[in-house]
Design a protein around this ligand. Structure first.
Ligand SMILES: Cc1ncc(COP(=O)(O)O)c(C=O)c1O
Length: 386
């Protein structure tokens, strides 16, 4: 038999191509050539002069890398300052910064559960939560989307540690989780509530303090938030926020914290710079929400089917994976970058164009974007009349 241990990869690639599910990388240039409705830079901060100056200044002062894991040489005073600032801004007792939001979800889920525990996870949760559940060795029950009653039923009768985990804003359809209902269920069952606020920070809550602050659950004894610094804060990295004893427990037990190099100083500095801008200009959060509402209203008025956005993500239904890819490509040719979600990234198998509202989009840009998206839409994307 010939030595060809990777032949199966070609078979898989053919199957992907037949199903219209090939993914390709498209490196972009430094200067924006397209109108951006695809990135997660919700507040338009990634190129803000104060944010880039803070990132560059941190690299000059502290070095290009953190030099080691957080428990060895990778904790600088800058990391400690970012942790204090994140906790204070979002209203939690303590914070722990990690190298990504992905690592933050793995850290929280693995360190706060374990064999014999039960995790109840929303069916629409992000892949990093799914992977955290898998790594945790806990029993995982996938609950129907946004359904506190179903979560309550699943928790009933479980003895031992239990936790409920949800995105605050779901990345596919942009809808918000029923956090007050889930918190009530958790309180009755003595279960912890872990909320991934990747898409809520900077957009929801007063001045962008996040989804938990918006419903008065920030700082609650039974609630933990996970964050990414890579969306509204325009930087890179992640964090877990919660009671001080939870953070201390993570420092001692969370493997994606302990065995990972600390966040690069430039990323920590950039996130601190963004928090500074957001404190001074709290209206950015409401602007991002307003742009999302305007995009939704105008796209649906044009006859397209779009989910009502609870934050900055606006999702428009496409008739098929193939059609979604072609639609996104046509938008790109017409000068607009949009996201394209299709299986396996969509839990219900429905492909979508995924648009992200940015706080700094102008009226002209919103009008141009809607006109282009409607003009390039496949006929089947328009809702039947009547
Ligand atoms: C809901 C959600 N959680 C976690 C992550 C992971 O964050 P990061 O990119 O910082 O790893 C993302 C996106 O990237 C996300 O959308």
């Amino acid at each position: 038999m010939p030595f060809a241990p990777f032949d199966w990869i070609d078979d898989e690639a053919r199957r992907r191509a037949d199903a219209g599910l090939v993914r390709t990388l498209r490196p972009r240039g430094a200067e924006p050539e397209l109108l951006d409705l695809a990135s997660n830079d919700y507040l338009g901060l990634t190129r803000h002069p104060e944010v880039t100056a803070a990132a560059a200044g941190a690299a000059r002062r502290w070095g290009a890398g953190a030099t080691g894991s957080r428990l060895v040489t990778g904790s600088t005073e800058l990391h400690a300052e970012l942790e204090r600032e994140l906790a204070a801004f979002c209203g939690f007792e303590a914070a722990l910064v990690l190298s990504s939001g992905y690592a933050a979800n793995l850290a929280a889920l693995t360190a706060l559960s374990g064999r014999g525990s039960l995790i109840v996870s929303d069916a629409g949760n992000h892949a990093s939560i799914v992977d955290g559940c898998r790594l945790s060795r806990a029993e995982t029950a996938v609950a129907p989307h946004a359904d506190p009653d179903a979560v309550a039923k699943t928790l009933r009768g479980h003895e031992g540690r239990a936790l409920v985990v949800t995105d605050s804003v779901f990345s596919v359809d942009g809808d918000a989780a029923p956090l007050p209902g889930l918190a009530d269920v958790c309180r009755s069952a003595n279960a912890a509530l872990i909320v991934d606020d990747a898409h809520g920070l900077g957009v929801l809550g007063e001045g962008g303090r996040g989804a938990l602050a918006a419903v008065d659950l920030a700082g609650d004894e039974g609630v933990v938030a996970t964050l990414t610094l890579s969306k509204s804060l325009g930087s890179q990295g992640g964090a877990v926020l919660g009671p001080a004893r939870v953070v201390e427990h993570l420092v001692n037990t969370a493997r994606t914290f302990i065995f990972d190099t600390g966040l690069a100083p430039a990323a920590a500095g950039g996130a601190l710079g963004a928090l500074g801008v957001l404190r001074r200009e709290p209206d950015r959060a409401a602007s991002a929400r307003g742009v999302a509402t305007a995009l939704h209203a105008r796209l649906t008025a044009a006859g397209l089917t779009a989910a009502r956005p609870d934050a900055a993500v606006v999702s428009v239904r496409a008739p098929s994976a193939d059609a979604a890819v072609r639609w996104a490509a046509d938008c790109r040719t017409a000068g607009i970058a949009v996201g394209c979600f299709r299986p396996p990234s969509v839990p219900d198998g429905i492909s979508r164009l995924r648009l992200t509202a940015r706080a700094d989009l102008t009226e002209e840009q919103i009008t141009a974007a809607v006109a282009t998206i409607a003009a390039t839409a496949p006929q089947e994307a328009f809702a039947p009349v009547g």
